[in-house]
Design a protein around this ligand. Structure first.
Ligand code: FE2
Length: 263
């Protein structure tokens, strides 16, 4: 099977880039499942159900998130409902709303376990160990018939991401990072058969500082005063990766970056 994973969709410009790029990519590569990180989808921070519906219409099947998942509070009461096709990092403290993994049905009825985890280095919150959280989920789902296991590791540092990928190598189909908004050129299939890319990069306005209007961010660095982050406008980038999965072994055959710019 083939899975497309789209890096953090940032605000309206990001959503528009998905609408322009995804239908063509989905058809061209015959993707069976499209997953996207949605934590920045609503005006740069947070998620609403309307945003998710808009992206479902464009061809996204399921969504992961990260540290901004709870910024738009209206979605919180519905995060445990199956009507919201969204997971939040599994290593949040116990009893936090939402779920950290879900088995999603892709094209040809293939069942894919989607796991969302968050890193702990330079992340301003106290989280459970993502490595042990992954072990626990794999143990809980070991009897499931799965075509693939996809992990979105929402983390800041390449070292933590690479370490988790090696830790899970051979046990999951793919570990792809999000959160930095910058795509890395290290995509490869590890020795045990797990596809890995440190960061898929973001989908949104490229003439910006990781999506935000650059003037305000520069002002913040100069003054250290708080500034309101505004979503930038102008040209956009669509960043994603395509993972091909061996249907018999559940291991990755390949991982390839798919990137497109729009004026
Ligand atoms: Fe993030």
């Amino acid at each position: 099977m083939k899975i497309i994973f789209i890096g953090d969709i940032f605000g309206r410009p990001g959503r528009e880039a998905v609408k322009k790029a995804l239908p063509e990519y989905r058809e061209k590569y015959g993707a069976h499942l499209v997953i996207a990180n949605a934590e920045n989808i609503h005006h740069g921070k947070g998620i609403t159900e309307d945003d998710l519906h808009e992206m479902q219409k464009a061809g996204v099947d399921f969504f992961t998130s990260g540290n901004h998942v709870f910024k738009e509070r209206a979605i919180i009461p519905f995060m445990d409902s199956k009507r919201v096709p969204l997971v939040r990092p599994a290593n949040y403290p116990q009893n936090v709303p939402g779920r950290g993994y879900e088995i999603v049905e892709g094209g040809l009825k293939q069942r894919v376990l989607v796991i969302n985890l968050m890193g702990r280095i330079f992340m301003p919150m106290h989280l459970d160990c993502p490595f042990r959280a992954a072990d626990k989920i794999l143990e809980e789902t070991r009897h499931e018939q799965l075509a693939a296991i996809f992990v979105d590791f929402h983390a800041e540092t390449t070292s933590e991401k690479m370490a988790l990928a090696h830790y899970l190598d051979g046990r999951v189909t793919a570990v792809v990072g999000t959160h930095t908004h910058v795509p890395t050129a290290d995509e490869r299939v590890l020795s045990g058969g797990t596809a890995f890319q440190s960061d898929a990069g973001f989908t949104g306005p490229i003439d910006s500082v990781i999506g935000a209007e650059k003037k305000g961010i520069i002002e913040h660095f100069l003054s250290q005063m708080p500034v309101k982050h505004e979503v930038a406008s102008g040209p956009t980038v669509f960043n994603s990766c395509l993972i091909e999965v061996d249907d018999k072994t559940r291991k990755a055959v390949s991982i390839e970056r798919l990137q497109r710019y729009f004026n």
